[in-house]
Ligand binder design. Sequence first.
Ligand code: PLP
Length: 406
Amino acid sequence: MSIFSRKSVYAQNLILELDPLAETLAKKGKRVIKLNRGDPPRFFPTPKYIIDAYVKALRGGRTYYSKAQGVAELVDAVAGRYRRMYGMDLGGQDTIITAGVSESLLFINNALINRGDRAVLFSPYYPQYIPRLMIEGGRPLFGKLSMTDDWELDVEHLSRRLRKMNGKKQVKYMMFTNPHNPTGKVFERKALQELVDLANEHGILLISDEIYDEIVYNEKKFTSIGQVARGIPHIILNGSSKNFDSTGFRIGFMIVPGSDKVSESLRKKFSQYALVRLSLNTPAEYAVAEAINNRKEHARAIRHMVGEIAKRVNFTVDMLRENPYITVTRPSGAFYVLPRLDMKRLDFKGSRDFVVSALTEKGVQMTGGYSLGAQDHFRIAALPPIDVLEEALTKINDLCIKHARK
Ligand SMILES: Cc1ncc(COP(=O)(O)O)c(C=O)c1O
């Protein structure tokens, strides 16, 4: 008999699945280029003004337990950010600070999911949504994004699926990611409105993961769900990891803006969970408050980072478009590229076989579409400098030529 509960088998992270193999290869002296992980500070050092604020908090003795739901300085900073950027009027209770979106997902699934419940996710998806849901005994109900010249939300398909479900299972929430990981798509207001209408029609709580909301380029403009879903219960997830280039701080923002009964009880529940885990990383909270409030420094930092990301993503797309075995859309948000392989013309058994071959034969580590709900695709986190991307993309090209069906 195993000492583990049955639930524990679902707790895996497929983005990191090939890390042990990559480590073994690196130990043997092979050069490994890592394009699998969206970890900006590895390529863009966290801005100095944020580090200074962290150090100041440490030196000032802010090493104690903080208020469990988040220190007032950070909660106010987050409210100010949403007021300025999206015209939302948040009160002090509307924001709970979490240990990253990752912990927000834990709170959400724990609060909402009973065994057998469903939650709408969209494929391709950010894979970490699934284990949190399944640990609680829930299962995904997949909507889809379809790839033509760009990725589009297929609202009709989801609407049919929901009608077919016809209340047989409880669909507890609909999780949407915008800007989208892994496609890099930034969704227009019209698509968001359709989604809000559908969620409202079926009485499903809408959750929008907007962790990349300032990483938008190629002339796209971002709309927050908070601007569209006014008066309808929804949750917005965000945090310091990407926009404030500080993944290791582990600071997330969970915003529940509504004044309805559902939002009210969600806030209470999340607040209790926060109390159970006692505290956050206190100095990091002060550092992120300064990261948000020092608007001049932030504007400078984000402009630089997003400008560089746009160059790197566009370079990646341009180079991949020279590869005859690959089709790829051009992202306008986040920093991922999700190309599709022409499997009919290649001898790989699937996207896992492709990424394992890329790692073992060429030393390039990427994420296979099999872990993202995107068969025949692979994901590149286009964060390294152009010369490294060029080296990796040349190797991918060589790999495709070597594996072309004769
Ligand atoms: C869409 C999305 N949500 C959440 C996260 C994780 O966020 P955090 O670092 O705040 O836990 C990521 C990380 O890559 C992500 O891509």
